[in-house]
Design a protein around this ligand. Structure first.
Ligand code: ZN
Length: 576
């Protein structure tokens, strides 16, 4: 993987020529190794989670130093500079304060160890390439290389105001004079709101500055200058493969994206979505599902300019993990290698490979959960999962709600305001999952919820359950204004022609002296009713059951058996 991108290009005839050269030398993603060379853009920090500063640290023994540049559309890296430093920090180019504990902050505080100001001095003219600029910068006490939208400059120092920078000019002129150089033409400079400054972590020493001057041209960092094998980088207590992109969307803080080859990405998903200690064939099924999911959802977070996020919203991903929690295992890596490039298809299109932890004995058709029909996401009874029910943690679950709690849940979600007195299951699917539930309030109004809402509205573990006590038994009906009964059984109505029939909750009406007819309300407000729900399974029930996959693998079935059982009518094939 990444072959052809490890070269360090240091000799540029000019920036434009260099870019052309790089474009010619770096093979387009997908040219030779169609599957593995595809770069996946994984969002790590974005939206409300953007960071003002972000550190990187080479994992000992897995690469040294860092290269600066940017990523092209196809994920290939264009190198613009480099540093041998193992610990670097990317700072949005505003005034960033170095605290006494060595971290960076956007606001000053007492005891600060220093500041990385956003104003600098700039030497006149530009440099042809990074090495020329760096040689000039290294000759100065506080010099550094800045790449500003295609041009290399030598900059010096950092100041929190333009005036401070101006008044430091004499100091730089003295340095230049001592080197036998002219001190003429110095200017005060700063970056656009898209700029990023790279420092040596826990210091104010600037190593590089990048400003694409547009939102779309963002700093990229690739680890390692040495061609080390299996390169890894620490970021926020996890070890990652691949590179990182720091984009200031809207000129804001850093949106941090991990740029990682497809197969390496899948290796960083499996142990977090399914334990790396599980049987190989189950892990292989999970690998195909995870690989198909990401290819199916490329550019899924387009507003943040990446393909897939690292949470359960898409797929949980923590790269190589860390030394204290789950991490890829030899078996989970083997599962990815042995299925390299394999995807799940239906009728010439990639399948939606939804999965959940366990289906409680019966999976569910997508149309009955999300309202959208997929011919291969069909509910079926699951004898495999059922056969290991006794080893699945929390397989059976029970939860109790009081009528008051149900009332509050509906109020919080904006449904009605009066006391809930009844909850019933009013429809089930062919595989026995709950398709529809109905609440009744004290005024006799009903609130019906269907599909996934039968699980999510009440925060249940699954949609496979019964109401084992409660329900209509806790409802009370007024009779003649005085008497109340808690059941309609045994109550009969006599019609005008003398016919007698049993009454149901929908049919009880009172007739006033004036002849007005009104529905007879159930008595509410007691809050005494309790509803006990008991079920099996955990998750949305669509597609593969991970515990079912475990059971099938333990029985000696293959990953293909597993996938074709849970995804009706699908087949395995590589990318077309
Ligand atoms: Zn997502």
């Amino acid at each position: 993987m990444m072959r052809g991108m490890r070269h360090v290009f240091r000799r540029f005839a000019g920036v434009l020529a260099a870019l052309c050269l790089l474009a010619a030398l770096i093979p387009a993603a997908g040219a030779a190794e169609a599957d593995d060379s595809r770069i996946i853009r994984v969002g790590l920090y974005y939206g409300s989670g953007v960071l003002p500063t972000a550190n990187l640290d080479n994992v000992d023994g897995y690469g040294t130093g860092h290269r600066f540049g940017y990523f092209q559309e196809d994920g290939s890296f264009v190198q613009l500079g480099y540093t041998a430093e193992e610990q670097i920090s990317m700072l949005k180019s505003t005034n960033i304060y170095l605290t006494s504990s060595g971290t960076y902050a956007t606001e000053p505080s007492s005891g600060d160890a220093g500041v990385v100001g956003c104003y600098h001095l700039q030497l006149p003219g530009s440099c042809a390439d990074f090495d020329t600029a760096r040689a000039a910068a290294d000759a100065l006490s506080q010099g550094f290389v800045a790449w500003i939208n295609g041009t290399y400059y030598v900059r010096w120092g950092s100041f929190t105001t333009s005036e401070e920078a101006q008044s430091a000019m004499a100091e730089l002129q003295a340095e230049l004079s001592a080197l036998g150089q002219s001190g003429d033409g110095l200017s005060v400079c700063w970056t656009s709101r898209y700029g990023v400054t790279v420092t040596h972590t826990r210091t104010t020493q600037i190593l590089f500055q990048f400003d694409g001057e547009t939102e779309d041209l963002a700093l990229g960092v690739m680890p390692d200058l040495t061609g080390a094998a299996n390169v890894q980088t620490w970021f926020k207590n996890f070890k990652y493969h691949g590179g990182f992109r720091y984009q200031r969307i809207g000129g804001g803080d850093l949106t941090v994206v991990n740029m990682v080859p497809l197969e390496t990405y899948v290796k960083g998903v499996i142990p977090y979505e399914m334990s790396g200690s599980w049987p190989l064939e189950a892990l292989k099924a999970q690998a195909v599902a995870a690989r198909t999911y990401v290819i199916n959802g490329l550019n899924g977070h387009s507003s943040y300019n990446f393909d897939i996020c690292n949470t359960a919203h898409c797929q949980v991903y923590y790269g190589e993990g860390n030394n204290t929690s789950r991490a890829p295992s030899a078996t989970s890596d083997q599962a990815v290698d042995e299925t390299q490039g394999v995807l799940l298809w239906y009728d010439g299109k990639l399948a939606s490979t939804n999965f959940s932890s366990s289906n409680g004995g019966g999976s569910e058709s997508a149309v009955n959960v999300w309202g959208r029909d997929y011919p291969y996401l069909m509910g079926k009874l699951d004898p495999y999962e059922t056969s290991i029910a006794d080893i699945i943690p929390s397989y059976e679950w029970t939860v109790t709600f009081t009528a008051d709690e149900l009332t509050q849940i509906l109020r919080d979600k904006g449904y009605g305001n009066s006391q809930i007195v009844d909850l019933e299951i009013t429809a089930r699917t062919e595989t026995g999952n709950v398709l529809e539930i109905r609440f009744t309030d004290a005024a006799g109004r009903t609130y019906t919820f269907s599909r996934d809402k039968t699980r999510t509205l009440l925060g249940l573990r699954s949609m496979r359950y019964d109401i084992v006590s409660g329900g209509s038994a806790s409802v009370q009906y007024h009779i003649n204004g005085e008497t109340t009964v808690d059941s309609l059984s045994g109550l009969y109505a006599i019609s005008g022609n003398g016919a007698v029939s049993a009454v149901s909750a929908d049919q009880v009406y009172a007739i006033s002296g004036g002849g007005d007819t009104s529905r007879l309300p159930a008595a509410g407000g007691t809050g005494a009713g309790e509803f006990v729900l008991s079920g099996t399974g955990y998750g949305h029930h669509v597609g593969m059951s991970q515990w079912g996959a475990y059971a099938m693998a333990k029985q000696g079935l293959t990953y293909e058996d597993i996938l074709l059982f849970y995804y009706t009518g699908t087949y395995l094939a590589p990318m077309e």
